[in-house]
Design a protein around this ligand. Sequence first.
Ligand SMILES: CC(C)(COP(=O)(O)OP(=O)(O)OC[C@H]1O[C@@H](n2cnc3c(N)ncnc32)[C@H](O)[C@@H]1OP(=O)(O)O)[C@@H](O)C(=O)NCCC(=O)NCCS
Length: 206
Amino acid sequence: MAAITIRGAELSDLPYFYDICLKTGDAGNDASGLFYDPYIIGQYYAAPYLFFERDLCFVAEMDGVPQGYVVGASDTPAFNRWLESEWLPPLRRRYQNYPHEKIKTDVEKNSVALFYRKLDPAGEAERPFYKTHSAHLHIDLLPSLQGKGQGRALIATLLAALAQKSVRGVHLGVSHTNAGAIAFYRKMGFVSLREENWGLVMGAHI
Ligand SMILES: CC(C)(COP(=O)(O)OP(=O)(O)OC[C@H]1O[C@@H](n2cnc3c(N)ncnc32)[C@H](O)[C@@H]1OP(=O)(O)O)[C@@H](O)C(=O)NCCC(=O)NCCS
């Protein structure tokens, strides 16, 4: 029987975060073949959370190796401001010199473009659900860990940690093509808050 534990994330989990993010990055499937630089997707969707609010990052470890995580930020506008002031500027400088001829796919091109998207206060006004669902999260488990109840356990762990911080609501984004994740989130009590052309914003009260 595999030994599975959930624990708070450490900075030394960082390589696993990049790896898991890439291997689940194509609407839940392995995105390794889509990128020249395998770290790009984790630069946006996984790594920054370990530095912004690590007490809202949790790892599911199976047989001694991290194979899944959930990451959260309790105050999304504050997180966006931190991305804008701290996290993104060095990435913007670095990826300016990115060898564009090496870019493998539109997915990679769009992921690089995310670094240059301005996350300004006007954006917050366009997202009224920030008021009721201020936190947001990302959850990813490698296929080896899926279907074992660990997604549910990670969400419960994060929601408990958010409750400790008196956060009242959490939201997330999910691609229209990731039907499995949408079904999972509905089981976890999330409902659709908004339809976008890329997918759904879903939310839950805590
Ligand atoms: C989506 C994901 C987080 C679910 O975690 P999981 O550990 O596999 O799910 P669990 O085993 O905890 O399942 C919890 C419940 O959700 C349901 N569920 C989970 N995955 C499902 C799927 N693909 N389709 C339908 N229902 C699903 C389970 O049946 C279970 O319901 P039950 O409690 O009534 O039996 C995980 O599969 C994953 O990381 N997938 C790849 C990455 C991804 O898509 N992340 C989300 C990006 S937005």
